[in-house]
Design a protein around this ligand. Structure first.
Ligand code: TYD
Length: 206
C-alpha cells in the first residue's frame, strides 16, 4: 500500500499549492475533491457554480459524498493498491468542516456519511494549513469571482475554520496543524518538516 496524505484548510489557506509540492517531491499521485473524475467534474459544477443557487444542506452533503465515493473507488484505492503514494487536496475533513460545522449538519452525521462513502479508507496523515481569516480574505480577494461556497459568508467560514481545528485537536495522531502564513517556500518548509517527521520515507530494501 502506498502512503495516503491529505491537505485540508479553509479558502485561501494555500493547501492546493502545498499538496502539489509534496506530490512532486514524492512522485505521488495528486488528486483533489470535489471533482477529480469525469462524474466528479459534473458533481463539482453543481456544487460550486453560483448558478446552482440554494442547495439543501443535506443534498450538498450527499453530493460531496457521492463525489468522494466515486473518487475513492476509481482513483485513490486503486493507486494505493498499486503501491503508489497519493496526495489528496481535501477529503473527509472538508465535509465535516463545511457541511458538518459550516452548514450545521453535525460532525457525527457527516462523518458517518463519509465513512460510508469511503468504505472506511482513512488517510495516514492530514495536514491542516491554518491561516488567520484576514490572511485568507486578502488571498481570496486576489483570486477573482467567488464560487458558491466561497460566497457563503463570514459566519459560515468562521464555523468551517473552527470545525477544522476541532478535528485536528480530537485526532492528533492523524492530524497536524501547520501555520499557512508566509511565502510558499516558508510554508513548504514547515509542511515538509511535519510530513518527514510523521511519515519517514520507507526504508529502501536490501
Ligand atoms: P476548490 O475550488 O477546490 O477550492 P479550494 O481551492 O479552496 O480547495 O473548491 C472546493 C470547495 O468545496 C471549497 O469551498 C470547499 C468545498 N468542499 C465542501 O464544502 N465539502 C467537501 O467535502 C469538499 C471536498 C469541499
Amino acid at each position: 500500500m502506498g502512503r495516503f496524505v491529505v491537505f485540508e484548510g479553509g479558502e485561501g489557506s494555500g493547501k492546493s499549492t502545498q499538496a502539489a509540492l509534496l506530490a512532486r517531491r514524492w512522485g505521488a499521485e495528486l488528486t483533489f475533491e470535489p471533482g477529480d473524475s469525469e462524474v466528479g467534474a459534473r458533481l463539482r459544477s453543481i456544487l460550486l457554480d453560483p448558478a446552482t443557487g440554494h442547495l439543501d444542506p443535506r443534498a450538498e452533503a450527499l453530493l460531496m459524498a457521492a463525489d468522494r465515493a466515486h473518487h475513492v473507488a476509481t482513483r485513490i484505492r486503486p493507486a494505493l493498491n498499486r503501491g503508489r503514494d497519493v496526495v489528496c487536496d481535501r477529503y473527509v475533513g472538508s465535509s465535516i468542516a463545511y457541511q458538518g460545522y459550516g452548514r450545521e449538519l453535525g460532525a457525527d452525521a457527516v462523518g458517518a456519511l463519509s465513512a460510508f462513502a469511503t468504505d472506511g479508507l482513512v488517510p495516514d496523515l492530514v495536514v491542516l494549513l491554518h491561516v488567520e481569516p484576514e490572511v485568507a480574505a486578502s488571498r481570496l480577494a486576489a483570486a477573482g469571482a467567488p464560487d458558491r461556497l466561497e460566497a457563503a459568508g463570514d459566519e459560515f467560514h468562521r464555523r468551517v475554520a473552527s470545525g477544522f481545528l476541532h478535528q485536528a485537536a480530537e485526532d492528533q495522531e492523524r492530524w497536524v496543524v501547520v501555520d499557512g502564513d508566509g511565502s510558499v517556500d516558508e510554508v513548504a518548509e514547515r509542511a515538509t518538516a511535519v510530513v518527514n517527521a510523521r511519515l519517514p520515507d520507507p526504508v529502501a530494501g536490501p
